[in-house]
Design a protein around this ligand. Structure first.
Ligand code: FAD
Ligand code: MLT
Ligand code: ZN
Length: 477
């Protein structure tokens, strides 16, 4: 039998929400609401009182106006691919899904810009702009589900940050609904506009705590169709960093440099059935991708040739679409392969490149001390010193293991969140990356825009310590 939804809404609010979004888009059936209540990893859960699915900015504003009047909590969900527990409701909240905010305006070819709804998926945007001879600067494996609003809210990074920067760098304008229902809209896309605070930059990375993003004005990248991908085996982090430096110095077309290790490869092969990429096993692997208007293969091969044999242990290069996708699959399948092995504690950190080797060396002992049964899988975006620290068999020790890893990262002058955001999973540790003054400033901005903390409570700021729940390690939001 399905459990009832956590809290019934005040009758007046129910009517107002129904009037705002229409009968069909106010969801209250617990068995339907349930599909919005668990995150992608299966670790975080929350009980919504209902789900609303507004169709446009005006409907989002009507929902927020009604919620503000009733002082009802509203949690925002895009594609629900977020990995820090921020996309699921706190118990009793109205869950606002952006799934219907899918307007995609024609590409403005002269400006190289497009305006898109917050609920448009990354893959839908890619198809749309590629048909017009452009591309989008951010890409990652969750492209079929992750939405532009979620990407902006988390300032998502991904595989092309090396060349194009994070999502924030692609945003030229934004439209959003604030907690009181008012709308800010700045979508002209002016590349130069020094008229005070940069609202789009402020909302990027705010994780739904300052407003609900409804539309975005995006900068587009050139469509580069000539591509070559290399999978390279190296002896460890030192070798990977040497190879990265050679690739960056010699390859102006370099677009991606991604790292994984031997145990991650083994897990991916177990899940996907992919063959071993090389005759021998190696400690670490890099995926390098070059893209240009002319074929970059010769340049890529020359750069690999320039590496010493004790650095580059083996390599394979693909230029055809299928071959390139196969090499990428070794890297992009990590997240799903890890989830298939159990509910992970996922940490996403960054340290200066000079500290990366030391961090990787210290992690196994630090984690084993906090969670003796833990299994560690590391991979990431090496150019940004961004390591994805995935810890299996540790959900019952999630708090201890998170505490140990994030303190280790802070001791290496690192960030507790490189690209996934802070969410509810890491808000307790924000002080390890931000000064008291910075946190006070963030709180003041939040308080000014949302004095009753109605939007995404306990995300990023104002969180009590996470409590681990039950043997499955599920944390209630
Ligand atoms: P959700 O998960 O729905 O929400 C994420 C956060 O944004 C929540 O706090 C939510 O409340 C808020 N939010 C969502 N929409 C809005 C809106 N319109 N307005 C205000 N707030 C909003 N992330 C990376 O950075 N780089 C990667 O390489 C990467 N790879 C991934 C690969 C896989 C297989 C998976 C499952 C995830 C990956 N992620 C990656 C994490 C995730 O995809 C990103 O964080 C993405 O930006 C989340 O988008 P979403 O639409 O799913 O947002
Ligand atoms: C990735 O780079 O693949 C993602 O950020 C997802 C993850 O960390 O699992
Ligand atoms: Zn990543």
């Amino acid at each position: 039998m399905t459990a009832p939804a956590a809290t019934a809404l005040a009758p007046g609010l129910t009517e107002e929400l129904r009037a705002a979004v229409g009968e069909a888009h106010l969801l209250t059936d617990p068995s339907i609401v349930a599909s919005y209540e668990t995150d992608w990893t299966g670790r975080f859960h929350g009980r919504a009182s209902c789900v609303v699915r507004p169709a446009d900015t005006a409907q989002v504003a009507a929902v927020m106006t009604a919620a503000a009047r009733a002082k009802a909590t509203v949690c925002v969900q895009g594609g629900n691919t977020g990995l820090v527990g921020g996309s699921i409701p706190v118990d009793g909240a109205v869950l606002l899904s952006t799934a219907r905010l899918t307007v995609l305006e024609p590409v403005e070819v002269a400006a190289g810009q497009v305006t898109a709804g917050a609920g448009v998926t990354l893959a839908a945007l890619q198809r749309h702009v590629r048909a017009a001879g452009y591309d989008f600067g951010v890409d990652f494996a969750a492209r079929d589900s992750a939405t532009l609003g979620g990407m902006a809210a988390t300032n998502a990074g991904g595989e092309r940050v090396l060349r194009y920067g994070t999502t924030r760098a692609q945003i030229l304008g934004i439209e959003a609904v604030l907690a009181d229902g008012s709308v800010i809209s700045r979508l002209a896309g002016l590349p130069k506009d020094n008229t005070g605070y940069d609202v789009a930059s402020l909302l990027a990375g705010s994780e739904g705590t300052l407003g609900i993003i409804t539309r975005l004005r995006l900068r587009l990248a050139p469509l580069l169709t000539e591509r070559a991908v290399a999978l390279v085996a190296v002896d460890g982090i030192a070798g990977a960093l040497t190879l990265l430096q050679t690739a960056r110095n010699r390859l102006p077309t370099l677009e991606a440099a991604e790292l994984f290790l031997a145990d991650g490869l083994a897990l991916v092969r177990e899940k996907t059935g992919l063959p071993a990429p090389f005759a021998a096993e190696h400690p670490a692997y890099l995926v390098l991708e070059c893209a240009g208007r002319t074929d970059p293969t010769d340049d890529l091969l020359a750069a690999l040739d320039a590496c010493d044999a004790d650095v580059l242990l083996d390599a394979t290069v693909a230029t055809d679409t299928r071959g390139r996708h196969t090499l990428w699959a070794y890297r992009e399948s990590h997240t799903e392969a890890i989830n298939a092995a159990g509910v992970p504690v996922k940490l996403d950190v960054a340290v200066p490149l000079t500290a990366l080797g030391e961090l990787v060396a210290a992690l196994p002992t630090t984690i084993a001390e906090a969670a003796p049964q833990a299994r560690l899988i590391l991979f990431g975006h090496i150019n940004e010193g961004n390591l994805h620290v995935n810890i299996l068999n540790a959900t019952d020790r999630a708090e201890a293991v998170t505490d140990a890893v994030l303190h280790l990262v802070a001791a290496h002058r690192g960030s507790i969140s490189a690209e996934h955001g802070v969410g509810r999973a890491k808000s307790r540790w924000l002080h390890l990356s931000r000064s008291p003054q910075e946190i006070a400033m963030m709180r003041a901005i939040r308080q000014g825009l949302d004095p009753d903390a109605l939007l995404n409570p306990r995300v990023l700021l104002d969180a009590p310590p996470p409590t681990d729940r039950g043997p499955a390690g599920a944390n209630s939001a």
